[in-house]
Design a protein around this ligand. Structure first.
Ligand SMILES: NC(=O)c1ccc[n+]([C@@H]2O[C@H](COP(=O)([O-])OP(=O)(O)OC[C@H]3O[C@@H](n4cnc5c(N)ncnc54)[C@H](OP(=O)(O)O)[C@@H]3O)[C@@H](O)[C@H]2O)c1
Length: 309
C-alpha cells in the first residue's frame, strides 16, 4: 500500500498516476492507503481531484484523507513524503517520534532533487529504509498529465532495500529510471546531480535572455527577438536530444574561426565576456573531441589567453 504525506503538486500527481496503474493493470501493490497534509482540506482536495479525473469511475478510490500522520504510516508499506524540501526534516522528526516499531519494514521516500535520502530523513534513516526518488519533471499543478509523468525520468538513491522496492514500482509502471550509487558522499552527489538539471534548464533561461537582449540592442522588440530566436533554439534542442552534443554543435568554435569569436568578444561587457569565454571553452573541448585531428590553435590561443586591456 502507498501512503502520502503532503498533498501538493507532486504528491497529488504521483498518487493519481499510481492509482491509474492500479485501476488499469490491477497492480495491487500500487493500491493507495491514506494521505495526510498540513491542512486536511488539501488532502480532501486531492481525493476529489483523483476521483474526478479517474478514467474508470467504477473502481472505488481506496485513498482516504486523514489528520493523523501515524494513520498513514500504519496503513502503508511505502510512504511518500511529498512536502517542500524545507519541511522534510520536520516531518522526519515527527515520524521518528512514532518509534522503531511503527516504522519497521516501512520505506520512507522523499522527492527532493538536491537532498539525499539520509539528509532528508536524518533521524528515520536510523530506524528504517529511506529513499530519495526525484522525478526530472516540472510539476506546475496537482493535475500534471499522466502522459507527462510517463515520459519523465526518475532518479533513485538511498538504502539498498528501499531502492530495490522503489525500483520494482518504477519497473511495473514502466517509468524510466536510474540509481545513484551514493555510498561515499550522498549529499555531494545529490547536489551535483541536481546541478545537471539546473544547467540545462534554469541556466539556459539565462542564456536565452542574454540572446534576446543582444537582439534588442540591435533594434528588435522583445517580441520580435523571441520569435526570431525560437526556431533556432528549438531546432538546436532537438538536435542535441536526437544526435548528441558532438553532432549538434555548429558555429565559429568548431570551425576554428577565431576572427568571428574575437568580434563577438568585442561586443560584450566584462562579465558577459567571461561567460562567453567559459562556454566557448566547453565548445572547444567538444570540438576537439569530435575532430581530434583538426587544428584548433587559433581558437585555443584566443580563448585561453586572457584579454589584454
Ligand atoms: N514541483 C516540482 O516541479 C517538483 C519536481 C521534482 C521534485 N519536486 C519535489 O517534490 C516535493 C514536493 O514539492 P511540490 O512542488 O509538490 O510542493 P507543493 O506543491 O508546495 O506541496 C507541498 C505539500 O506539502 C504540504 N506540507 C507542507 N509542510 C507540511 C508538513 N509539515 N506536514 C505535512 N504536509 C506539509 C503542503 O500542505 P498544505 O497544502 O496542506 O498546506 C502541500 O500540500 C519537494 O521535495 C520538491 O523538491 C518538486
Amino acid at each position: 500500500m502507498l501512503g502520502f504525506i503532503g498533498a501538493g503538486k507532486v504528491g497529488t500527481s504521483l498518487a493519481r498516476f499510481f492509482y491509474e496503474y492500479y485501476v488499469h493493470k490491477g497492480l495491487t501493490s500500487l493500491a493507495l492507503s491514506a494521505i495526510y497534509s498540513k491542512h486536511l482540506s488539501s488532502a480532501n482536495d486531492t481525493i476529489s481531484l483523483i476521483s474526478k479525473l479517474s478514467c474508470d469511475k467504477s473502481k472505488p478510490l481506496s485513498l482516504v484523507a486523514t489528520s493523523s500522520l501515524s494513520a498513514v504510516v500504519e496503513n502503508s508499506d511505502i510512504i511518500f513524503v511529498t512536502v517542500p524540501d524545507t519541511a522534510i526534516r520536520a516531518v522526519d522528526e515527527e515520524l521518528f517520534l512514532l518509534g522503531s516499531k511503527a516504522l519497521k519494514d516501512k520505506v520512507l521516500v522523499h522527492c527532493s532533487g538536491v537532498l539525499s535520502a539520509q539528509a532528508g530523513f536524518k533521524r528515520c534513516s536510523e530506524l528504517t529504509d529511506t529513499v530519495s526518488l526525484h522525478p526530472m519533471l516540472a510539476f506546475n499543478s496537482k493535475e500534471t498529465p499522466i502522459e507527462s509523468i510517463q515520459k519523465a525520468f526518475f532518479t533513485l538513491e538511498g538504502s539498498d532495500t528501499g531502492v530495490e522496492k522503489l525500483k520494482e514500482i518504477l519497473c511495473k509502471t514502466k517509468l524510466q529510471h536510474a540509481v545513484l550509487n551514493s555510498k561515499d558522499n550522498p549529499d555531494r552527489l545529490k547536489a551535483k546531480y541536481h546541478l545537471a538539471s539546473v544547467m540545462v534548464s534554469n541556466c539556459v533561461v539565462g542564456l536565452f535572455s542574454m540572446g534576446q537582449n543582444l537582439l534588442c540592442e540591435c533594434g528588435f522588440t522583445k517580441d520580435e527577438a523571441l520569435k526570431a530566436l525560437a526556431p533556432l533554439f528549438i531546432n538546436n534542442a532537438n538536435n542535441i536530444v536526437r544526435e548528441g552534443v558532438n553532432d549538434a554543435l555548429t558555429g565559429p568554435v568548431i570551425r576554428d574561426d577565431a576572427i568571428t569569436v574575437q568580434k563577438h568578444l568585442n561586443c560584450l561587457n566584462d562579465d558577459d565576456k567571461k561567460l562567453y569565454r567559459l562556454l566557448s571553452k566547453k565548445l572547444y573541448e567538444i570540438s576537439k573531441n569530435k575532430n581530434p585531428d583538426k587544428d584548433y590553435d587559433n581558437i585555443k590561443t584566443l580563448l585561453f589567453t586572457e584579454d589584454k586591456k
